[in-house]
Design a protein around this ligand. Structure first.
Ligand code: C2O
Ligand code: CU
Length: 481
């Protein structure tokens, strides 16, 4: 029953409900918007991340499950989320990628007081954009996320999108010991100056996945969330041609990924449409080959036996309805630059060989106790807090163009709070597909131009989402006055 017309039946019900309401109300009457409510408790729990045969892991979770409770909101409908802290340390929740009022952004000391153990905080906002988002702490972030605190937020479109199934793959990367524990040494300075804490076990919806069942002929909307601390992923689907329809929750022009690889930096989301054109009974690998020589099988698409759901792909359009993002006026933009610096000078040590790579230490910051990274020469460390002058201040309503320069030898997924950025060009080449991002993955030495309208007032974090990079200096504040 999962497979057949579930979305369309629901869509039909919504349409019927809408008609009933419209006819029942006198013209001009204002309908009270229903709100969506959730209770989310941050709490320790135990989980079998690597399958039944492997030991359990002590984790920190939202509502007791790894990959958290899925929060389903509706576009334009007020949401109320009561977060309770049952951890033994302070926490907050950041609603990653959702454009919301500054005081709901979840940055302790900057937008709200931290939630102390035993206390609660109520988050209330109305999501303007439909799409795939996620939530996580912004307090002791490296460890709290590294122990499992994260969950997905799906904001549903006003009208259901025509697909056979809507699937979520919430991906997380863990560093587990043989005994199933989480390696407790968070914030290794050497790692922080390089790629960050890349783990050894990748889970899909809270489990190492052997296979995910699919049916021939069906069209799946697959929502990918990379909730890793540091692992960049490049996914390819053997025997399939996925189409990217949204990036970081924001619909783009549907397009096939370059070389069939879907690049997914930490904190990024990509929505795919996949027509399952494989053979019943067969299995097809889903491979992550981002790191040279370290490719692994994330899972397999396991086709059920039996006749295809339909002979030809679903005829519906792949275009998702656009979100109401303000278009920057490129003729009047104010131009600014953000330059990323620091870290080890070369990526050559990733192969594993210790410190002997002559000259590698040259130019490295951070090993003497100072921050490892900087943005425009400034290093804000930790999880975000008040007290540092903003790197840039924008007048509300202005169109802003930012030139982002990665002068380091490492990859950085740069996350903007409170706004989405239209990505204009990368290394001088225009970026097609009308693409918006809140988490911009920058390759070593990349120069990327983005533009946006600074329409959301407040002090907003801008940081690398490799969390050891954030904690060790790759963070700043952008102010919209
Ligand atoms: Cu998802 Cu400031 O982070
Ligand atoms: Cu970084």
């Amino acid at each position: 029953t999962e497979f057949h017309g579930r979305m369309s039946r629901r869509a039909l019900l919504q349409v019927c409900a809408g008609l009933l309401l419209t006819t029942a109300l006198p013209a001009g009457a204002v309908r009270a918007a229903p709100s969506t409510g959730y209770r989310i408790t941050a709490t320790p729990a135990r989980a079998r991340l690597a399958g039944l045969a492997r030991p359990e892991t002590d984790v920190w979770t939202y509502n007791g499950t790894v990959a958290g409770s899925l929060v389903r909101l509706r576009q334009g409908v007020p949401a109320r989320l009561v977060v309770k802290n049952r951890l033994s340390q302070e926490t907050t929740v950041h609603w990653h990628g959702i454009r919301l009022p500054n005081e709901m952004d979840g940055v302790p000391g900057l937008t709200q007081p931290p939630i102390k153990p035993g206390e609660s905080f109520v988050y209330e906002f109305t999501p303007p954009d439909a799409g795939t988002f996620w939530y996580h702490p912004h307090s002791n972030s490296l460890e709290q996320l590294g122990r499992g605190l994260a969950g997905a937020v799906i904001v549903e479109e006003r009208e259901a999108v025509a697909v056979d199934r809507d699937l979520l793959w919430f991906l997380a990367d863990w560093r587990l010991t043989e005994g199933g524990g989480i390696t407790a040494r968070f914030g290794n300075r050497m790692e922080a100056a390089m790629s960050g804490r890349v783990g050894n076990t990748v889970t899909l919806n809270g489990r190492v996945s052997e296979a995910e069942a699919v049916r021939a002929g069906e069209r799946v909307r697959l929502r990918l969330v990379n909730a890793s601390l540091a692992r960049v992923m490049a996914l390819r689907f053997d025997g399939h041609r996925p189409v990217i329809v949204a990036i970081d929750g924001q619909p783009c022009d549907p397009h096939e990924p370059a070389a069939g690889r879907i690049l997914l930096g930490p904190a990024m989301r990509v929505d795919l449409m996949i027509d399952m054109q494989g053979e019943p009974g067969r299995r097809y690998g889903v491979i992550d080959d981002f790191y040279d020589g370290l490719s692994y099988r994330l899972t397999e698409l396991a086709y059920e036996e039996g006749p295809p759901l339909r002979a030809h792909p679903l005829a519906a359009s792949l275009d998702l309805p656009r979100n109401p993002l303000p278009e920057p006026d490129l003729a009047t933009t104010e131009r600014h630059e953000l330059t990323l610096q620091g870290g080890m000078m070369s990526g050559m040590m990733m192969g594993g060989g210790g410190m002997q790579g002559g000259g590698m230490m040259h130019g490295m910051m951070g090993m003497g106790g100072g921050p490892a990274w900087s943005i425009n020469g400034l290093s804000m460390t930790g999880d975000g807090h008040a007290g540092m002058a903003p790197a840039l201040t924008f007048q509300r309503g202005r169109s802003i163009m930012l030139t982002m320069r990665n002068e380091t030898a490492w990859w950085h997924p740069m996350h903007f709070h409170g706004h989405s950025m239209r990505v204009l060009s990368r290394n001088g080449v225009a970026v097609p597909h009308r693409q918006w991002q809140d988490t911009l993955l920058m390759a070593p030495k990349d120069v990327v131009e983005v533009a946006f309208v600074a329409d959301n007032p407040g002090d907003w974090m801008l940081h690398c989402h490799v969390l050891d990079h954030q904690m060790s200096g790759m963070m700043t504040v952008l102010r919209v006055d």
